[in-house]
Design a protein around this ligand. Structure first.
Ligand code: GLN
Length: 381
């Protein structure tokens, strides 16, 4: 038998795939993996259709369809006051995950240290390890999951090559505030530390709060790969189209890898999205749209025995369940899907060491009827 020297010996199948498969198998309501159960806009579908019919069926340019990059440049300048040159500083990727992987592969060499904040989205650590880097995880704790910047300062040393941030945050639904930006700026100043900023939930932010993008702070922007995507804002997670913005010196290195990993992203989606982005209400209306869902779901959960944690952004609502059981979160999640018909994500899956604070994550990007049915089941728990 041929043997494989695994690059990721500890890795199993991602929790999202496991829970969604289980939900399908047992016919449960799937509030686990983050994706909507309603369709994307017919207008956007029509634009992609038109693009296909009018011949956008061959390779797009390696860095992405130029009108899409131009729209993104305009949008970023308008929202964050930061200009990215569409020619040299923006690349369209096959979703956020690929952009994150590529950015890590671009700058991480063997034994470079990367600071991540756990619970962390599950693709960061494996990408660091494949590149030979070392994951330095700082664990955050409920209920507020605040970053302790004094601890970050202690972790930083001459081998620190990158800090990965994610705001609004998956899975904890927290957001960065000005004091976080200030503390981060003080830490990276005069050091060769890159920032990888996962901003895929930039438009899913509530209660009138403003998103703090790395793009808008010159001292951070000069060292940042800003990653975002169209899957979350345009309710089309299956299209897998995202992008990366970074200063030209970083982007030229990013593209050296991107060109051999994906070469170019599917053309008709890019053409359709470019057109759709021209109407800014398509993203400016998102906080209101999702806040309504958040509030509705939170209200429903109030009649259960789950305890709500704060939700400032993203489309995830976390809960504690100590009033119900002292089971491990992974065991309880299994019981919820099998016995009560609701699939959720156990938040220990986002900690490298499997730390269990007895917290579960629900996705509320669902039709009202789905949320009603889920709450009806959760009341029985
Ligand atoms: N971002 C989504 C989530 O957190 C799904 C990502 C994935 O399945 N890879 O649920």
């Amino acid at each position: 038998m041929i043997s494989v020297n695994s690059k990721l010996p500890q890795a199993g199948t991602t929790i999202f795939t496991v829970m969604s498969a289980l939900a399908n198998e047992v016919g449960a309501i799937n509030l686990s993996q983050g994706f909507p159960d309603y369709d994307t806009s017919p207008e956007l579908i029509e634009l992609v259709n038109q693009a296909m019919k009018s011949g956008f069926n061959q390779y797009a340019p390696m860095a992405g369809y130029m009108p899409l990059r131009e729209e993104l440049s305009r949008k970023t300048e308008k929202l964050y006051g930061a200009y990215y040159n569409p020619d040299t500083e923006i690349t369209i990727t096959a979703g956020g995950t690929q952009a994150l992987y590529t950015a890590i592969a671009t700058v991480i060499n063997p034994n470079d240290e990367v600071i991540i904040f756990e619970p962390a989205f599950d693709c960061y650590a494996p990408a660091i390890k494949v590149a030979g880097g070392i994951v330095k995880a700082l664990e955050l704790e409920p209920p507020d999951y605040r970053i302790r910047w004094d601890m970050v300062k202690r972790l930083v040393n001459s081998r620190t090559k990158m800090i990965i941030l994610n705001s609004p945050h998956n899975p904890t639904a927290t957001i960065l505030h000005q004091e976080d930006i200030d503390a981060l700026t003080a830490i990276v100043k005069n050091r060769d530390i890159f920032i990888l900023s996962d901003e895929v939930y930039e438009h899913l932010i509530y209660d009138g709060e403003a998103h703090h993008s790395m793009a808008q702070y010159p001292e951070l922007r000069e060292r940042s790969f800003v990653i975002a995507s169209f899957g979350k804002p345009f309710h089309a997670t299956g299209w897998k189209v995202g992008y990366c913005m970074a200063p030209a010196v970083l982007m030229s290195e990013f593209r050296k890898i991107h060109q051999f990993l994906v070469f170019a992203v599917n053309a008709p989606m890019q053409a359709g999205i470019a057109e759709y982005l021209k109407n800014e209400s398509h993203y400016l209306e998102l906080p209101g749209f999702f806040q309504q869902k958040r509030d509705y779901f939170r209200k429903g959960l109030e009649s259960t025995r789950f305890e709500l944690l704060p939700c400032a952004g993203s489309y995830f609502q976390s809960v504690k369940y100590e009033r119900i059981t002292d089971e491990k979160d992974a065991d309880f999640a299994m019981r919820l899907v099998k016995d009560f018909g609701v699939a959720v994500i156990p938040v220990s899956a986002f900690y490298g060491r499997g730390t269990d604070h007895h917290v579960l994550r629900f996705c509320f990007a669902k039709r009202q009827e789905t949320l009603d049915n889920a709450v009806e089941r959760l009341i029985k728990v």
